[in-house]
Design a protein around this ligand. Sequence first.
Ligand SMILES: Cc1cc2nc3c(=O)[nH]c(=O)nc-3n(C[C@H](O)[C@H](O)[C@H](O)COP(=O)(O)O)c2cc1C
Length: 185
Amino acid sequence: MIFETIQHRRSIYPVQFNDERVPKEVIATLLEAANWAPSHFKTEPWRFKVVYSKDAKQKFSEFISETYKENAPKFSKLKYKKLQEMPLQSGAIIAICMQRDEKERMPEWEETAAVAMAVQNLWLQATEMGLGGFWSSPPIIIRDMHHFFEFNKGEDCMGFFYLGYYDELPPNAERGAIEDKTVWL
Ligand SMILES: Cc1cc2nc3c(=O)[nH]c(=O)nc-3n(C[C@H](O)[C@H](O)[C@H](O)COP(=O)(O)O)c2cc1C
């Protein structure tokens, strides 16, 4: 049931991932789910870059940790180490990118929203398939991703989705009451 999947979706972090390989076909299914998100004027602004091979993960790990080192206003060795480790603990890292409409026919937030909807689709599909993940959005790293990926004009990075299989049950979560966030007229 969709409602159960929505409630069971959790942020699962790379340290919780096991070593099980994530097949390419599984990732392709997640991306297909993402691709069914809605978008204004059907611009389909979501773009993904899948960091999958061992070599690619190694390079990604080096890039994000060194970028952190260069840009961090207050360097933390722990954070640096975590950034080094996370990609290597993951089955794949999917960079979440947004392609701005060439004619800018709608405000940027609408395209950002469409990408977020695509990520939710991907995340729910991953949940159903027993995969965990989380959306990481470190601003001091993602602003420099054009030095790592090739972007088209108007394309930008909105973060990384770390993906992997896990053994432990995801933690229960709570939400504040929806009644406090809703006004009925
Ligand atoms: C747009 C977006 C960006 C996020 N960025 C981060 C992040 O940089 N680091 C992090 O630990 N979690 C990040 N998260 C995950 C949230 O912390 C997480 O979704 C929230 O704590 C709720 O937990 P749940 O996903 O298990 O329900 C992000 C989530 C979203 C939607």
